[in-house]
Design a protein around this ligand. Structure first.
Ligand code: G6P
Length: 374
């Protein structure tokens, strides 16, 4: 822990606030103008000899635990879209418990901040034995996962000390979006889309700086929620992962029960919990799922739900039209990058809730930064 907290009280707080810089470092040297037509492309040095094999794989399988799994989930839709390859998700321990099928024609992508998580390592040995091409995405050069995979990408987010992962999460998403761009880079039909995403990536640190200005607003919200027992977080599409990750942050540091819920599943159980007391956060930023989220908000309002709605700038009035709610406006970016923006207010909320509730921010009880035993 030689790294100083600088002007911050806690490492988690510092790591949340340094995301504009960590994201810049993650992208440095990797977004370039290349080829005969000088179009913008992605260069991931650690993968260049393996991209052809990855493109030929029958399936891409993401494998990880905790926050790293959530980052992979956030990146799944864009990888499916740009690669055209089916993408499946595996929690490392569950893959091992089931001895789930992994084939020679698979590309298995291992996502781990530390590169040392025991469950992920075990799944890596298993995937190697089954002949899959193994790709590592880690924040730790020389870690076991970095060494044992066939190839990979370092996220270069800088050392993360707070047990609750924050800046590694956003850098992992950015690396996986770049992975999707690299795999899809020879598809002419998606070139415009890819260029728009690259422009969005270059602009992302500035947008993160903007969303960090919500710090006081999130502290205010934390004050309101300080004595609550539980917080539900509803998301879908790109932001299902944001719901899971936001809830995980609240749970692990603020020691408050919280659950991330796929909004499409609301009618199949969670709706029974809705009353005027239970706080519910709904992520409803603009993307292809927006109208569906508007109807979720209406249904929750009709049941007198106590809502906090995260929406795109300028949408506060429209999301409150069917009933009163607290709206949190965030900058809008390309749909696949929106999870990077949307997690920030939830990280801030978890942080402030923890401080206000008097818990240990950087070392929550019973948890470890790197879980090296099974
Ligand atoms: C632990 C940490 C989490 C982390 C998870 C996976 O549970 O407390 O913050 O997300 O392990 O760790 P990894 O290093 O593999 O990303």
């Amino acid at each position: 822990e030689q790294i100083s907290k600088g002007k911050y009280d806690h490492y988690m707080q510092k790591e949340i606030h340094e995301q504009p810089e960590s994201l810049t470092t993650t992208m440095r040297g990797r977004l370039i103008r290349g080829g005969s037509r000088k179009t913008k492309t992605v260069l991931l040095g650690g993968l260049k000899d393996h991209l052809k094999t990855i493109r030929r794989s029958r399936r891409i399988v993401f494998i990880g635990c905790g926050t790293s799994y959530n980052a992979a989930l956030a990146s799944r839709p864009i990888l499916e879209e740009l690669s055209g390859i089916p993408v499946s998700m595996e929690i490392a321990s569950d893959l091992w418990d089931r001895q789930g099928p992994i084939y020679r024609e698979d590309t298995a992508v291992f996502v781990s901040q530390s590169g040392e998580t025991a469950d992920t390592l075990l799944a890596l040995d298993y995937a190697r034995e089954n002949g899959a091409l193994c790709v590592g995405i880690t924040n730790t050069v020389g870690s076991s996962i970095a060494r044992k995979t066939h190839c990979g990408v370092h996220i270069n987010a800088g050392a993360e000390i707070g047990v609750a992962s924050t800046k590694a999460y956003t850098s992992q998403i950015v690396v996986m979006v770049m992975l999707a761009l690299a795999i899809g880079s020879d598809t002419i039909s998606s070139q415009k889309r890819r260029e728009a995403i690259i422009d969005g990536l270059l602009d992302l640190p500035y947008k993160v700086k903007e969303v960090l200005k919500l710090d006081d607003e999130m502290k205010d919200l934390a004050q309101l929620l300080i004595d609550e027992q539980s917080l539900l977080v509803f998301g879908r599409g790109y932001n299902y992962a944001t719901a899971l990750e936001g809830a995980l942050k609240v749970k692990e540091v603020a020691l408050m029960h919280s659950e991330g819920i796929l909004a499409g599943e609301m009618k199949h159980g969670p709706l029974a919990l809705v009353d005027e007391n239970l706080p519910i956060a709904v992520i409803a930023t603009r993307d292809a799922c927006f109208s569906k989220q508007q109807s979720v908000i209406q249904q929750l309002h009709a049941r007198k739900g106590r809502l906090i709605v995260m929406c795109s700038k300028g949408d506060a009035a429209s999301v409150s039209s069917s009933g009163s709610c607290r709206a949190i406006e965030v900058p809008q970016v390309e749909d696949c990058l929106q999870p990077v923006i949307n997690i920030v207010p939830l990280q801030l909320l978890a942080y402030h809730l923890t401080v206000l509730r008097g818990h240990n921010v950087d070392q929550p009880r019973n948890l470890a930064k790197s879980v090296t035993t099974q």
